[in-house]
Structures are given as structure tokens and as C-alpha cells.
Ligand binder design. Structure first.
Ligand code: AGP
Length: 613
């Protein structure tokens, strides 16, 4: 994780760096820092906490300088404190570095440098890297670029780095391997950032760095990119994608709440140009362009993490039900180390909101090396995963700032549905009347979502009665089982209440031992093929005095008469229920966390984009 910004040009760097950090704060927020190069000196400011704390810490200091680098941290090595905050200086204080990623062999290098007499000031892996660079300059007579190349050739792991040199104030260096980095090219100025958001509005020209590349940004000269062996790399200058910038809360108390309320419009945006309402058909350009390859797939393998993995579980049911092709869903982090049996007859679907998740990227690379065709489902345009895949579909839900994913989840589910429908139609595996009816029902979803969102205040009131709980259980079956998992994840992430999701029928095989009058059990008990079965599960919980909160179909009388509390959702096709049932669960988690006074948009220990293994 961690966010990096950098600037070199003619303007004052500090405000540009700070604004950039604010836009990247979703990537980590346990400490922040900046280094400014000015008149042969490096001024370094750091603070534990958020970017606002850094601003306060440096408020009365000299912040002048037209070049600098900055960082907002999500700790990997070393606790979050000022000493471990970036930038880190080389032993002589000549070089400053900011880093996103993990240097896996830092301990070996550190002990070698210690034997050479170096003493370290932090417990980070990053400091080891800048020490190594200066060591190579001092003891091996290398120039800065050459020392960077040698050091990066030696380190194992992932990095995006930016480096400033006190003795060369007209140049910044940046490099990447497995962690994202983007360079913005302005008029006589360069920007460095972990994603495009800090660059949007400053220039419309960006270069997405590739693994193994080192960028040299020298004032008054064009951008130069070389590899570790100093071979010059061609680079493509691209426009900044549309709709990038600092999103506002639009009057909502938190980004998460705003994003929950955006979902009806997100689904409309997601369907735009893809769903033909009058005809009741779906066309995804990625399917049209790769129809033969996708239709020939012997198996689909979905790889993803967290919320995206939950969306994948729903996608599996769509593809298996509509296309009759087997689907496996793997945690990307497990897939990469599981010796997966995979070949060119497989299609791998990689799902990622950020498009930067390190485990998902690694799973893609592994699947590619075995010949599989890769279909990406991402939100962030131009992200590493979007670029690493053979084809794919964006979910088009706009920037998601809240660390707990909400609108990206429903966007992913919607795109998976479109993919399965489009493919099923191409393969002739779905009855035309079922296909058209599903498309028509999907078009009604945004209005149904709006209906559900009206219960926001009711859920806020109900949430107050749950703040006592230390544990929650979420239960659902079929399409609702992954929704139960997702509901539990939302609650854990932002309220820090322990919550588990289970298939409802699995309850009696163990977890039922946990039930007592204190235990809230959230049931998804909508009127669908599983209704009667779930009703029995509700009774099993009530018989043991558990406290049942049930999400039911509007007008339901049976579950409502047994459950302690109910939340109604409008009726829809069973396969579309995840799109509307997730909303009350998102609101429940949100309001419980607010009642408990938690930092909903920036929950402890988490970051929006997990770019480390
Ligand atoms: C969701 O609320 C989480 N913060 C997290 O599980 C997330 O979904 C996961 O890290 C995957 O991220 P991605 O979709 O950006 O790849």
C-alpha cells in the first residue's frame, strides 16, 4: 500500500505534494512525510497519523522548494511512528527515498551493511534500500543512476520508489516493480504518483511505468526511462482518464455513505451502452471481440481478494447457471502458491476494484504463463490489472474512496451478470425468454435500489440497538450466501465487531453452538427457491433464543412474525437479489460503526489498495 507523490518544476512543490497525498490517503494513513530539495539542502518533515497531521507539523517550517517527494504510509515493516515514516535519508543525508512495497531480502542486506559500520534509524525495509544505494555510490564509485540500478537488481520484492538528491536538485528518479507508479508530464514539470488521481487537473499527459523501469526526470529535459541494464525504454504518453479527481462527499457524512447511495446511478452507468432495454439484450465489447475464445473455454477460474472474491462467488453461479461451464473461484493469494492445474483451455477472470492488488496481479501473471486467457473486471481505468489482462470490462462506478467497498461490489456483480448473459446468448445455453426476462429485470434494479435506500433512517435507528454486540452471524443460501459473507466483512472492517458469514444450512453443523440471547443473527430470507429452507433455519435460531434480524421480501408475513427485526427489500429475480440485498447490510454495518464512533472511511489497519503480498 502507501501512496507516493513527487514534483519537480517551476512551482512550489509543497502544496502540490500535500494535495497529492490527500488524494492518495486511501492507500494508507498511519504516518506521512515529505522531503523538499532547496538550495543544496533537503528539508524533511514527518508526522505520525494522517496527512493533516503532517501539515500541522510543518506549518511553521520553511516549506519552499520546487522539487520534492512525499509519502502516506500503511505500515508493513516497523510500527507506525515518526522514525518509520517516509522519506528515509541515506547515511550522509544526501538522498531521500519514498517507497511503496516490500523489500523481502532487506534483513540480509541490512546485516551486511551493519558489518560495514552503518547504523540504521528506523526499522523499515525502505531505509535499507536508500542505504544500499549510497553505499554503492561511496564504496563502489557508482553514479546515482548506476547505484539505483545495481541496488534494484539486488533487492527481492516489490517497489515503487521516488528519490531526491540534495546534490542534484534538478532531478528526481522513480522506479517500479510490482507496485504502481505513474508519471505526469506538464509544461517544464513532472509529477510522480501512485495513481493518476494526484495528477488529474495538473496535466493531461501521463506515462504508466512498467515493471523494471527507472524514470529520470530532469528539469528542462524530456522524460527518460531506462531499465536496470540502462537500456532506454520506449514509453507511451496517454491522456488522463476521464472522471478522475478528488471526489467530494456531496453532503454525506462519509464517503462510504455517499457511495452506498450512489449505487442506483452506478448500475445505470455500468449498463450504459451495454444493455439494450427495448430489445432486452446485452453486448459487452470484450465478449464481442473475443467470442470464440470465451465460448471455447473448458472452465473459468475467478481470482480475486476480499469483497471482489465475494462478487466472484456470485459470478460463478451466473456462469454455471447460464452458460453451463464449470467455474472455480480462488483467493488470488492462495491460487498463486497452489500449483494450479491450468492451461490454454481455461479463461481466468480477475476481479479487482483498484486494479492494483498485488496477489491478484501475481495470480494473473501465473495464469498467463500457463497459457490461460485473462479477462479483467476492474474499476480503476488504466490500472495495472486492467493493463495486464487480455481483455475485460470496467465496472464504471466512479472513484471509490471509502476503504470498505460498497458500490464496487454491486458494480462487479452487475458486470459478472452481463458477462454471463452475453456469453450464454452467444453460446446458446440460455432460453431466449429467460435471457430477455433477466435483462428486463436488471433494468428495474436501480429503482429497486432507490426503494431500499429509503430505509436508511430506519436502519440507523435499528443499528443503535446492536452496539452491545461483540459477535454477529450472517446467514444466506444460494445467491445470498456470498452476500452474507460480504455483509459480515463490511461489519468487521469498519465497526471491529467480529462477524462470520455461513451458508444458512451449515449453521447446524457447528456454529449453532454459539447461539444465545446475546447473539445477533442476520438472515437473508427473501422469497425465492430457498425460502422454505431458510425459514426452518430461522426457526432453529429462534428456538435457541438468538436475536434474528431478517432481510425479507416486501410484504412477507411469515419470517416477519418470527424474527425480532425485519428489513424489507422489493421483489426481484433470485439471481438479481444480491444487487439489492447487499444495500441494507452495507447500511447496517455503516450505522453500527458510526454509533460506535469509528473512522468509517479510514478503518484501522486497512488500506484501499493492497499492493503488498
Ligand atoms: C473491501 O471492503 C476490502 N477493503 C477488501 O477486501 C478489498 O475488496 C480487497 O482488498 C480487494 O481489493 P481490490 O478489489 O481492489 O482488488
Amino acid at each position: 500500500m502507501c501512496g507516493i507523490t513527487g514534483y519537480i518544476g517551476t512551482r512550489e512543490a509543497w502544496p502540490i505534494l500535500i494535495e497529492g497525498l490527500r488524494r492518495l490517503e486511501y492507500r494508507g494513513y498511519d504516518s506521512a512525510g515529505a522531503a523538499l530539495v532547496n538550495n543544496g539542502s533537503l528539508s524533511v518533515y514527518k508526522a505520525k497519523g494522517k496527512v493533516a497531521d503532517l501539515e500541522s507539523a510543518a506549518a511553521d517550517k520553511d516549506r519552499s522548494g520546487t522539487a520534492g517527494i512525499a509519502h502516506t504510509r500503511w505500515a508493513t515493516h516497523g510500527e507506525p511512528n515518526t522514525a518509520n515514516a517516509h522519506p528515509h535519508l541515506s547515511p550522509s543525508g544526501r538522498l531521500a527515498i519514498v517507497h511503496n512495497g516490500i523489500i523481502e531480502n532487506y534483513a540480509t542486506i541490512k546485516s551486511r551493511l551493519r558489518q560495514e559500520g552503518y547504523e540504521f534509524k528506523s526499522t523499515t525495509d525502505t531505509e535499507v534500500l536508500v542505504y544500499l544505494i549510497e553505499y554503492l555510490m561511496q564504496k563502489h564509485g557508482k553514479g546515482l543512476l548506476e547505484a539505483v540500478q545495481s541496488a534494484l537488481a539486488e533487492v527481492v520484492g516489490a517497489y515503487a520508489i521516488a528519490l531526491a538528491d540534495r546534490d542534484d536538485p534538478d532531478m528526481l528518479i522513480a522506479a517500479r516493480k510490482s507496485s504502481p507508479l505513474v508519471i505526469g508530464i506538464g509544461d517544464g514539470e513532472f509529477y510522480i504518483a501512485s495513481d493518476v488521481s494526484p495528477i488529474a487537473g495538473c496535466t493531461d499527459k501521463v506515462v504508466y511505468m512498467e515493471d523494471g523501469e527507472i524514470a529520470i526526470m530532469r528539469r528542462g529535459e524530456p522524460l527518460k526511462i531506462v531499465d536496470l541494464k540502462n537500456v532506454e525504454c520506449r514509453h507511451e504518453v496517454r491522456p488522463v482518464p476521464e472522471n478522475i479527481g478528488l471526489a467530494g462527499k456531496d453532503g454525506f457524512a462519509h464517503f462510504m455513505l455517499k457511495e452506498i447511495h450512489e449505487q442506483p446511478d452506478c448500475i445505470i452507468d455500468c449498463m450504459r451502452g451495454r444493455v439494450d432495454g427495448p430489445l432486452g439484450t446485452v453486448r459487452l465489447s470484450a465478449v464481442t471481440e473475443n467470442k470464440e475464445r470465451l465460448s471455447a473455454a473448458r472452465r473459468f477460474v475467478i481470482v480475486a481478494c476480499g469483497t471482489s472474491w465475494h462478487a466472484g462467488l456470485i459470478g460463478k453461479q451466473y456462469i454455471e447457471t447460464f452458460c453451463h461451464v464449470p467455474v472455480e473461484v480462488a483467493y488470488a493469494s492462495e491460487f498463486r502458491y497452489s500449483n494450479p492445474v491450468i492451461d490454454s483451455s481455461d479463461v481466468v477472470i480477475a476481479i479487482s476494484q483498484s486494479g492494483e492488488t498485488a496477489d491478484t496481479l501475481a495470480a494473473i501473471e501465473l495464469a498467463k504463463s500457463k497459457g490461460a486467457f485473462i479477462y479483467g473486471i476492474c474499476n480503476v481505468v488504466g490500472s495495472s490489472i486492467a493493463r495486464a489482462t487480455d481483455t475485460g470490462s470496467y465496472i464504471h462506478v466512479g472513484p471509490e474512496i471509502g476503504v470498505a467497498s460498497t458500490k464496487a461490489f454491486t458494480g462487479q456483480v452487475a458486470v459478472l451478470l452481463l458477462l454471463a448473459l452475453n456469453l450464454a446468448e452467444a453460446m446458446g445455453t440460455m432460453k431466449p425468454e429467460t435471457y430477455h426476462a433477466t435483462v428486463k429485470a436488471l433494468m428495474e434494479i436501480p429503482d429497486k435500489m432507490r426503494e431500499v435506500l429509503k430505509s436508511d433512517k430506519v436502519i440507523a435507528g435499528l443499528s443503535r440497538t446492536f452496539t452491545y454486540a461483540h459477535n454477529f452471524i450472517y446467514l444466506g443460501r444460494g445467491f445470498s450466501y456470498p452476500v452474507a459473507l460480504e455483509g459480515a466483512l463490511k461489519l468487521k472492517e469498519i465497526s471491529y465487531i467480529h462477524a462470520e458469514g455461513y451458508p444458512a444450512a451449515e449453521m447446524k453443523h457447528g456454529p449453532i453452538a454459539l447461539i444465545d440471547a446475546e447473539m445477533p443473527v442476520v438472515f437473508i430470507a427473501t422469497k425465492n427457491a430457498m425460502y422454505e429452507k431458510v425459514l426452518s433455519n430461522v426457526q432453529e435460531i429462534k428456538a435457541r433464543k438468538g436475536r434474528v434480524l431478517a432481510v425479507v421480501t416486501a410484504g412477507d408475513k411469515v419470517v416477519s412474525s418470527i424474527a425480532d427485526d425485519v428489513l424489507e427489500v422489493p421483489e426481484t429475480l433470485e439471481c438479481l437479489e444480491p444487487l439489492i440485498v447487499s444495500i441494507p447490510l452495507q447500511l447496517l454495518a455503516y450505522h453500527i460503526a458510526v454509533c460506535k464512533g469509528k473512522d468509517v472511511d479510514r478503518p484501522r489497519n486497512l488500506a484501499k489498495s493492497v499492493t503488498v503480498e
